[in-house]
Design a protein around this ligand. Structure first.
Ligand SMILES: Nc1ncnc2c1ncn2[C@@H]1O[C@H](COP(=O)(O)OP(=O)(O)OP(=O)(O)O)[C@@H](O)[C@H]1O
Ligand SMILES: [Mg+2]
Length: 277
């Protein structure tokens, strides 16, 4: 085969693959590990990660994760303790740890895999970490204002108080003295204060009383109705599945299921096997 033929052969394979992917852009369940869908024109979906591998030192944790998220969609990222959910979110947000050593992450046509964490944040990643990280010594309002210190700015502080009236009532209270539920509201509010294109929520209900969980759930429903694209990681899988359109299940750092939330709710064996519920 001469060089020209080789090139043609390669293009054929690539065209074929794109065609297959383009053929079913709104597919529900699909085999884990297939390349994320391409929107019309061969561009990546609004968000996609493709074959990402991430390590803590030599510890190989995220082992070839691929999935995509459409604009306005809410995806629940589920799995047992230690499955790699937090690590996947952190790899997407380009935290230093775990280090992303292979794979691609795209958000709204921007290559996050080429970025550092602060650049990924500027490109629209909004990670609300499990431990909420409210800044000590600052009031509620100062925490929110600090989030807006650099552009691009998102929601106004008044709009955040409309969503969370409790934060408005406590605007002059030191953030770290808020209750757990209020700190979760502040962590969410602080993220919305920046121009977020993809909200990453790591266990937003963790450690909260059921009545507060319901309150946060209502707020997340409101945020959903505004069309915010979101990935939610939650131990409370049933609550996450009711909020989310789609579910991705991780096990040992790999995707073992990618389909609709309803499929997971209807499949007791799947839930038992991977979620122990
Ligand atoms: N900083 C770290 N250094 C080394 N290994 C880590 C580190 N953080 C997490 N791990 C390991 O990576 C694996 C995945 O952890 P990760 O926190 O991503 O799981 P998870 O699915 O979020 O679990 P959980 O539901 O308990 O929050 C675990 O085996 C964990 O021990
Ligand atoms: Mg976790």
């Amino acid at each position: 085969m001469n060089a020209l033929n080789q090139t043609e052969g390669k293009m054929d394979t690539e065209t074929q693959r794109s065609t297959q992917l383009l053929g079913d852009p709104l597919a529900g369940a699909k085999a884990p590990g297939t390349k994320p869908t391409l929107a019309a024109g061969g561009q990546p979906a609004y968000f996609s990660c493709w074959d990402i591998h991430a390590y803590y030192g030599e510890s190989y944790i995220v082992q070839g994760v691929s999935f995509d998220v459409r604009e306005g969609e809410i995806v629940a990222l589920l799995g047992r303790n230690g499955a790699g959910k937090t690590s996947t979110l952190r790899a997407i947000a380009r935290a230093d740890d775990p280090a992303l050593r292979q794979g691609e992450v795209w958000l709204d046509h921007k290559p996050l895999h080429e970025m550092k964490a602060h650049q990924a944040a500027q490109a629209g990643i909004g990670l609300v970490p499990e431990d909420r990280r409210i800044i000590q010594g600052l009031t509620v309002e100062e925490n929110l204002k600090l989030a807006q210190i650099a552009p691009p700015v998102g929601w106004s502080i008044d709009r955040i108080y409309d969503l969370f009236p409790r934060l408005g009532e406590r605007r002059n209270q030191e953030g770290t003295t808020l209750s757990g539920g209020e700190q979760q509201m502040l962590a969410l509010g602080r993220t919305l204060a920046r121009d977020v294109k993809l909200l990453l929520l790591d266990e937003p209900y963790e450690g909260l009383a059921p009545v507060i969980v319901q309150e946060i759930e209502k707020t997340l429903e409101q945020i959903k109705s505004l069309g915010m694209t979101t990935i939610i990681v939650e131990q409370n899988a049933i609550a996450a599945l009711h909020l989310a359109d789609r579910a991705i299940i991780l096990d040992m750092g790999q995707v073992v299921f990618d389909g609709t939330s309803q499929e997971v709710l209807d499949d007791a064996d799947l839930r038992q096997q991977y979620l122990a519920i």
